[in-house]
Structures are given as structure tokens and as C-alpha cells.
Design a protein around this ligand. Structure first.
Ligand SMILES: [Zn+2]
Length: 165
């Protein structure tokens, strides 16, 4: 396993406005793999540390790529472009995560664990961005059978995993 994207001291990373980025293969996202038809492709990601106007440390994540999902109409592969962005407030380990901040949609608060795996955070965002029923924008194929509106077992599994977290 690559240690790419690991922040040994996340708060320092943010305070020093460091930047980490690269390209990661889709197959590296193990939790995501179950939701995909195939694991081809790569994601570009960038993680930037910043100090907010409130003086608190933040991580800004962005990632962009294409996922190979299964069209829920014709069951063939559909290239699903994904672009995610998220602002995360770093809370020192052991400090309470304030409730009111959890309600603000502009960012999430996370514990600044040493050795924080930023790619895990990117994967979390990708999992949340997955469509339940992906389809080709204009799918010419006939439906394989009546009532094929059902969620794929893969999508159902991804949604179960989300709930379990
Ligand atoms: Zn299709």
C-alpha cells in the first residue's frame, strides 16, 4: 500500500499552507471498488492546507477523474465524470468537535490525527458523490428486462457501507 497522501502532522500542514497532490489509480480506492463496474482510470487530487479567517486550520480537498460505473439501463459501462471538493476543519486530537459546526454545510470538522490519510478523505467524498442509478446520458440500448429500474447490487452495497460508517 502506498503511503501517498499521508499527513504526519495535519495541523502543521495546514498552518504552513502546504500542498500535496498527485494522481492515484482508481483501484487504490478499495471501498469505492465495490460500486464500480471496472477499476480502470485515475484520479487527480490536491490537498491544500490553509488557515481560515477564524484562525483555525483547514484542509481543502479536490479530486477529479472518471469512474467506470454500470449503466442501469443497458448494463454496459458508463464513464462517470466526478469532481469533488470539500473543506475540512482540523480539530486537535482530544478536543471536542463542536456540535454547531457539524450543522454547517460549508465544511466538516475532523480530528487531526497524526498520520491522517488524506486519500481516505478523498475516497469518502467520492463515495458520497456516487449516483444511485447511473445511466448513459442518451442510452440507445433497450432495457434488458422489464422493470430494470432497480438499483444495482453494487450501488446497494455502497449505500450500505455508507450507512455503516
Ligand atoms: Zn446505457
Amino acid at each position: 500500500m502506498s503511503r501517498l497522501g499521508v499527513l504526519s502532522d495535519p495541523i502543521r500542514f495546514a498552518r504552513e499552507a502546504r500542498r500535496l497532490g498527485g494522481v492515484v489509480k482508481v483501484e487504490a480506492f478499495r471501498r469505492l471498488a465495490d460500486a464500480l463496474l471496472d477499476h480502470a482510470g485515475e484520479f487527480e487530487y490536491v490537498i491544500v492546507g490553509e488557515q481560515g479567517a477564524d484562525g483555525k486550520p483547514y484542509l481543502r480537498l479536490t479530486a477529479k477523474g472518471v469512474l467506470g460505473m454500470q449503466c442501469q439501463r443497458c448494463l454496459e459501462r458508463v464513464d462517470w465524470p466526478v469532481e469533488v471538493g470539500r473543506l475540512l476543519q482540523l480539530v486537535p486530537v482530544g478536543a471536542p468537535i463542536p456540535d454547531e459546526e457539524l450543522d454547517i454545510d460549508a465544511f466538516d470538522a475532523i480530528e487531526a490525527t497524526p498520520g491522517l490519510d488524506a486519500l481516505e478523505l478523498v475516497e469518502d467524498e467520492l463515495l458520497l458523490s456516487l449516483p444511485i442509478a447511473p445511466r448513459h446520458e442518451s442510452c440507445e440500448q433497450p432495457r434488458p428486462r422489464d422493470g430494470a429500474e432497480k438499483e444495482s447490487p453494487f450501488a446497494a452495497l455502497a449505500s450500505l457501507r455508507r450507512k455503516a460508517e
